[in-house]
Design a protein around this ligand. Sequence first.
Ligand SMILES: Nc1nc2c(ncn2[C@@H]2O[C@H](COP(=O)(O)OP(=O)(O)O)[C@@H](O)[C@H]2O)c(=O)[nH]1
Ligand SMILES: [Mg+2]
Length: 320
Amino acid sequence: MSRAADPSRVLTRDPASVARAISMVEDRRPEAEAAANELLHALAGSGRRASCQRVGVTGPPGVGKSTLASALIRSWRAGGRSVGVLAVDPSSPHSGGALLGDRARIELDPDDREVFVRSMASGGQLGGLARAAGAVVEVLSAAFDVVLIETVGVGQSETDIEHVADTVLFVVQPASGDVLQFIKAGIVEIPDVVAVNKADLGAVALRAVAELQGALRLGAEARGLHQPPVLSTSASTGAGVEALRSALDAHFAALVQGGQLPAVRLAKSAAWATRLFAQRYGERGIEARGGVRAVRGALEIELARGATLFEALDGVAAQR
Ligand SMILES: Nc1nc2c(ncn2[C@@H]2O[C@H](COP(=O)(O)OP(=O)(O)O)[C@@H](O)[C@H]2O)c(=O)[nH]1
Ligand SMILES: [Mg+2]
């Protein structure tokens, strides 16, 4: 049995306590679930979670997500905000190694206690998030002003990130035509903010910005969505990083000021819980409870009552 984390020390960002808390919610043994739930309730009761800004960073391998994340974190730190990071490493226990050699390389001041970085394997789901990721984000949300989640992905199976983030930043690099194709075909969800990184590569980067703006305008119009801002950045030189940080902050501020944040988070948590429910109980488990909509509705009710993710899953599974 891992030692229990002290919630009050998590809230004050004691690194060892935050690490222990994350280990507790990652523990998959059935006997560990009660302690994880107790901890999550204690952290939720603190009310800190409501003001935390959750930013998901996703995009194909090698475009500079980790480098850009490091620059964004420095920018938030300069503004006095603490940052917790969940870096999802796309290695799978089945392939036994990292995908395309990509590892989250987030480089920060090791002495800064107001930044905490945790790596996590994606658990064999390509670009997806492991089962415990939602709970890990809850832990980080209780402790830090900003929570940043980095995942690898472009394509259908990689939309998990939107379930745990308030704002999704999609990072691409110039001359990556596949991304345009994905957006035109409606395969990529419309992100909240787009960064075309490696702007230091010159004219090709400017062209990429214009092309993406065009593709996103068509995609957003077709789906009746807001067209996301497309910004050009260079994580290496720092150009455009401040503007990107402002765009991310503005997206979150709009959710808060418009009063939508609680409802958006609840809907996202319910969608995430539904994915986990389907994984655990399969097609038959879903059908036995009246189908996907019914299951999502039931999970949403549990979560709205203040159940943890694990309690909601168990609660709905027990319903007949
Ligand atoms: N020229 C240039 N290279 C960059 C930039 N940002 C990142 N890189 C490089 O791109 C490579 C992949 O970066 P990384 O952050 O690990 O990408 P990730 O796989 O998307 O997380 C590294 O060699 C970085 O140094 C940039 O703005 N300009
Ligand atoms: Mg990376």
